[in-house]
Ligand binder design. Structure first.
Ligand code: PRP
Ligand code: URA
Length: 210
């Protein structure tokens, strides 16, 4: 498994505002989108392309185009939906599938409540969007789901992660082609399974149910 933690002052600046409990939902949503576009640049570094020939006004030349089958972007509902626009802005030709997951706040076990994905993901590059990687349970279920359908490789874009969750995913996906791109790797999980220092409940902060 490859892990890339963003190291850029603009990302850290935007993250600081995102973490602030006084940041209201509209600003939180706008910043999430901006952060994802910056992270998406790194996350799509290995997107598959093929050579194409084009005619400029001056001459014929070669370039590249994103290969078929198109990459699949999968936001994990609810909070991952706040990341979708930021990702497809950078890669508008991607297809989008949806996975709805919720974590039981007592047991911290995730469950799937909605799914709208292509049946066959053979040879597909998949990009999973979920802002928070806490225990890693939700993201791992999503990764397993996509590999079970034949995905070739899975890249996850998360805004924050806890070391405990990252280690759990690394152990579970051993030998498979998984990349995790993070805005920041935080300190730890607290006794309620929240990321510390974190930003609180990402879904509530995005959609205003605080
Ligand atoms: C949050 C978050 C992740 C999950 C992370 O979703 O968006 O999906 O928790 O926790 P984990 O790593 O311990 O599994 P939540 O279940 O709160 O649902 P929501 O997106 O609808 O708010
Ligand atoms: N889900 C969140 O939204 N925040 C956390 O800190 C952990 C899980």
């Amino acid at each position: 498994m490859r892990v890339h933690v963003a190291d850029h002052p603009l990302i850290t600046h935007k993250l600081t505002v995102l973490r602030d409990e006084n940041t209201p939902s509209p600003t939180f949503r706008a910043l999430t989108e901006e952060l994802v576009t910056l992270l998406a640049y790194e996350a799509t570094r290995d997107v598959r392309v093929e050579e194409v020939t084009i005619q400029t006004p001056v001459t014929q030349t070669t370039g590249v185009a994103i290969s078929e089958p198109r990459p699949l972007v999968v936001p994990i509902l609810r909070a991952g939906l706040g990341m979708l626009e930021g990702m497809v802005k950078l890669m508008p030709s991607a297809e989008v599938g949806f996975l709805g997951m919720v974590r039981n706040e007592e047991t911290l076990e995730p469950s799937v409540y909605a799914e709208r994905l292509p049946d066959d993901l053979s040879n597909r590059q998949c990009f999973v969007l979920d802002p928070m990687l806490a225990t890693g349970g939700s993201l791992l279920s999503a990764i397993e789901y996509l590999f079970a359908r034949g995905a070739q490789d899975v890249t996850c874009v998360c805004i924050l992660a806890a070391p405990e969750g990252l280690a759990a995913i690394e152990k579970a996906v051993e030998g498979r082609d998984v990349t995790i791109v993070l805005g920041a790797l935080d300190e730890k999980l607290n006794e309620h399974g929240y990321i510390v220092p974190g930003l609180g409940d990402a879904g509530d902060r995005l959609y205003g149910t605080v």
